[in-house]
Design a protein around this ligand. Structure first.
Ligand code: PLP
Length: 355
């Protein structure tokens, strides 16, 4: 098997797994909210992890652990004051569908390169503007710093979904709320975080025991927190090394797949995401012919739905062009040889279809 679906999820780093094991065995099962010695030890591990995750963000805010980035995004949007919400046309469903939960949602258009205009007008009286740092389907990097600055000037909060950029790019400066997910940066599934700028008043959407400063009730898992913390620390420590590896992989893959058309900007992008199309390609057949290669048709979230990707449509692609697109996602643990082998296999299978 060759795994090329890093935007859907990433392999667990051995360092993260190791950090988790201590809390999955022996007396590591304690409730981190208990006042006794075992509980306090578990709580200490949670707080170490919180510091490690906090290093992914700017200074001047608090990390709230959640069950996923989806939950973090829900907390950010639903936990704020009522009013118009403006989100970009290429946001993940977690942002789009949560914004639609309010009557008044407004979409910020993107250009043919999959980029939001940093000067795009915001709706009158917007109380929240949301734009992602790196798009999960096409990898484009959005001008979030400028959008955040303008949102602040307009009196709106700025939410950045940094799920695909966290640990890879610098933290989005100027944001008020930032959502991340452990499993996209080689941590475990089942844990995410919302960074909340100091001074912002959010209301909880999950009520109960009042954990996480009352913002997110529910018993935390020390194992998941420790795994997330270790993964964040590792990602920050290896950022340049990982980026150089991804750049090398990108060049190799582009070299083999040079006749394929790239979806989204070729320059303002994270290079571990290669979204390509070949007009006339039958992607379902391609995936079936290349079963040993784990890759995606459009977005992992949209694939299987039968609907063409809203991101590719937002770029102005026709239904047919969107349906003839594939996404290859690679990163830290992908080897050059396996990537080249996968790209050659995919290209040969496409040629066998006559495209
Ligand atoms: N935002 C983006 C950009 C994503 O890629 C994803 C996952 O695919 C999410 C949000 C949701 O993350 P989670 O799986 O932690 O809910």
């Amino acid at each position: 098997m060759i795994y090329l679906d890093y935007q859907a999820t990433t392999p667990l780093a051995p360092e993260a797994r190791e950090a988790m094991l201590r809390w999955l065995a022996g007396d590591g099962f304690a409730n981190p909210h208990s006042a006794h010695a075992m509980g306090r030890a578990a709580k200490a591990a949670v707080e170490v992890a919180r510091e490690q995750v906090a290093a992914l963000f700017p200074s001047g805010g608090q990390v709230v652990f959640t069950g996923s980035a989806t939950e973090a995004i829900n907390l950010a949007i639903r936990g704020g004051p009522n009013g118009p919400v403006a989100v970009s046309a290429i946001e993940h469903a977690a942002v789009r569908d949560t914004a639609r939960w309010f009557d008044a949602d407004h979409e910020l258009a993107v250009d043919a390169d999959g980029l939001i205009d940093p000067e795009v007008p915001f709706p009158e009286g917007a109380r929240l503007v949301a734009a992602m740092q790196v798009n999960n389907e096409i990898g484009t990097i959005q001008p979030v710093e400028r959008l955040a600055e303008r949102a602040r000037a307009a009196g709106a909060w700025f939410l950045c979904d940094a799920v695909q950029g966290a640990g890879k790019l610098a933290a989005p400066a100027g944001a008020d709320l930032i959502a991340v997910s452990a499993h996209k940066l080689h941590g475990p599934k089942g844990i995410g975080a919302l960074w909340v700028r100091d001074g912002l008043q959010l209301s909880p959407i999950i009520l109960g025991g009042g954990q996480e400063g009352g913002l997110r009730s529910g018993t935390l898992s020390p194992a998941l927190c420790a795994g997330f913390g270790a993964a964040a620390k590792l990602a920050l420590g290896r950022r340049e090394e990982d980026a150089a590896h991804v750049e090398m992989l990108w060049n190799e893959a582009r070299g083999v797949l040079d006749r394929w058309v790239l979806n989204g900007s070729g320059t303002k992008r994270y290079k571990g995401n290669l979204n390509l199309r070949l007009n006339g390609l039958d992607v379902a057949r391609l995936m079936s012919d290349c079963r040993r290669i784990m890759f995606s048709a459009g977005s992992a979230c949209a694939s299987g739905s039968g609907r063409p990707s809203h991101v590719l449509r937002a770029l102005g692609l026709s239904d047919g062009e969107a349906r003839s697109s594939i996404r290859l996602g690679f990163g830290r643990y992908t080897t050059r040889d396996e990537l080249i082998e996968a790209c050659r296999t995919i290209d040969a299978a496409a040629k066998a279809q006559g495209v």
